[in-house]
Write a protein that binds this ligand. Sequence first.
Ligand code: GL4
Length: 801
Amino acid sequence: MFSNKDSFKECFLKRLESMCGKGFEESTTRDKYHTLGNMVREYISSKWIETNERYRSESQKQVYYLSIEFLLGRLLGQNLLNLQIKDIVEEGLKELNISLSEIEECESDPALGNGGLGRLAACFLDSLATLNLPGHGYGIRYKHGLFDQKIVDGYQVELPEQWLRHGNVWEVRKPDESVEISFWGRVEASTHNGGLTFKHVDAQKVLAVPYDMPVVGFEVSTVNTLRLWNAEPETFSPHQDILSYKRETEAITDFLYPDDTYDEGKILRLKQQYFLVSASIQSIIASFKKERSNLRELHQHVAIHINDTHPAMAVPELMRILIDVEGLSWDEAWEVTSQTVSYTNHTILAEALEKWPIHLFKPLLPRIYMIIEEINERFCAELWAKYPGDWHRIEHMAIIAHGLVKMAHLAIVGSSSINGVAKIHSNILKNREMKSFYEFYPWKFNNKTNGISHRRWLLKANPELTALIKNTIGEEWVRSPEKLIDLKNHLHQSSLIEQFAAVKRKRKEILANKIAEKNGIIVDLDSIFDVQVKRLHAYKRQLLNVLHIMYLYNRLKEDVNYTIQPRTFIFGAKASPTYYYAKKIIKLIHSLAEKVNKDPRVSKVIKVVFMENYRVSLAEGIFPAADVSEQISTASKEASGTGNMKFMMNGALTVGTLDGANIEMMEEIGKENIFTFGLTANDVLKYEENGRYRSMEYYHHDQRIRQVVDQLTNGFFSEDEGEFESIADSLLVQNDQYFVLRDFASYIDVQEKVGLAYQDRNDWYEKALINISHSGLFSSDRTISQYADDIWKISPSYVKG
Ligand code: GL4
């Protein structure tokens, strides 16, 4: 291929002509992107083949990570970095007068996920490959990823996302490895050798066609695989209405569901889940059988991880194949299945707990339903043996009850390991949400605190900070991020503080330019960049942030002598299209921005910016520029958070509740380097139990609260006084489910401290550097090593010699 700048240039120009049929002069940026992308994929392919051969010949245990979401973000830049050819390519292109970053901008940002859960899966793939662990992803090749957000008059409008419009240079279609998926039909039982056997007949068949994408490890020769399935009609199927069959089939992989915290009771969603699971399990078994024949040993060679309950049907599907296809007995199949599968829970929000009505489930997946029934009966019998007569407990723990199939119960019963994603979350699972299961299976429960890939969120997103850290402590931390702690030995050097301040300023300037370009708002680089970017949800409490800004506005208007450290409040968030409340909050942020940014006096000290269409590529520009990270969820509700870690790694200070991984961040850096406030998880859980919270009391007793809540409905924002009534109602009439008013005073106090702290410049940047130096603990390399050792029992595979 190419090994230096000159051979790269030569190769690039030749390839550009042959691929695009155009000379260099006529070629567009997209032509150049396609050419470069193809060259890089080719560069990867020998390593990819070599990795697969190595895994095969060493008969390593493999892990397969099943996830309904992979929020990958753009791949060109990350692949160049991981392959260590970024410099060659960048310099070569520069000599041809082409900017690499312009080419990178051409790549679509594949948003095959909603938020934290999907992005975590992408960071995990990156860590698996980098740690030379034999681990692969299985997901869905949605034609349209998460919608593109447009803001029109302050309202969110959704447009279909089109990441495949110009093709995808990274994927390889593998039609020969397609598998058949069966829906509908019925189960036929027959006796065979004295035992019953089952056959799924009259089914509608759908083809699952794999598209493989390489997952390139950083500075290693391992290239793992992300296999995404596409639903296609079978060519020769005898359908009466061929058009509707085609439409129905393709619909399975048309769209990503735009919410991960809501149990979508839609038959299409169920189809997507089974489609992913059945295709993946069939493919796993097929590759196992290439090397071995005894499926009773599957769990010794294969681990299957289910990312939340969406792929929980992996349990009955694996049972089905082992029993119906491979001829194992129930007990043999159960032993293998429950030893092979492991499960991560990502939320305790009740609305996210998947429960499928039997009347939908059973006709669509008759054999799978039958198997779940059998699993349930056997499980209930075990419960009966342990808790004789305790009907209440058994009913509560059953997999099928009250006409519903409970996917979390299925996942727990069918897995060898169940983990939460931060210490507090795992404890809540054990002591509350899944208490009865924990009592029954204490050995299954464990914690794996989330992490993020420092390769994407530091090396790629923030090259300026990366260079500074390398200059200060060398390069060891790049491979071993826990070594970032060495930065602490340099804190006394004023030069480090100054250089860090310069890096931060540079990144603020880049973001400020983007804001000027996209929003037409000029922001003050000396102001605190105070950022809340994440999905819009009531429990994440963007509203608390808004109410604080309203409070500042009021004070500045009322008291001409009141001064504050200038701030730029930056928001980015998508609301699920059907989530009425969340969409209203987006509108409220825009109305507030109008009010604040247009006020001659107030806008000198505060600005409010909403950045449209928040996604991975935008996030890469935001984290490096942040001074303050808003992690203000109602304690106990945010399972972990991962944005909190991205901010920390880029030297922003956290304003946060004692929730999710914020707590572990605080334990790491010390209380003096984070701004915490608000109710604890225990306080919240107590209130929820005793029902003693009265938001109205806070409204009546705190004039500041009364003022801002009244402003939601008194025409302050809009001539239409009803516009934000539903938000005011959520706070008063509905008794403020997420304790916004309860935490208001404490939030105002902590924000005042933040403003003061920022004025001691040295101290602030020292705190920021302390945050960075401890962020190595939150690398997904640490998380993945723990999964590999404790749950999957897999070990690295290295190239010999
Ligand atoms: C989430 C949690 O809400 C989030 O706190 C966590 O960091 C993430 C990854 O574990 O999983 N759960 C769901 S559902 N969506 C998420 O983003």
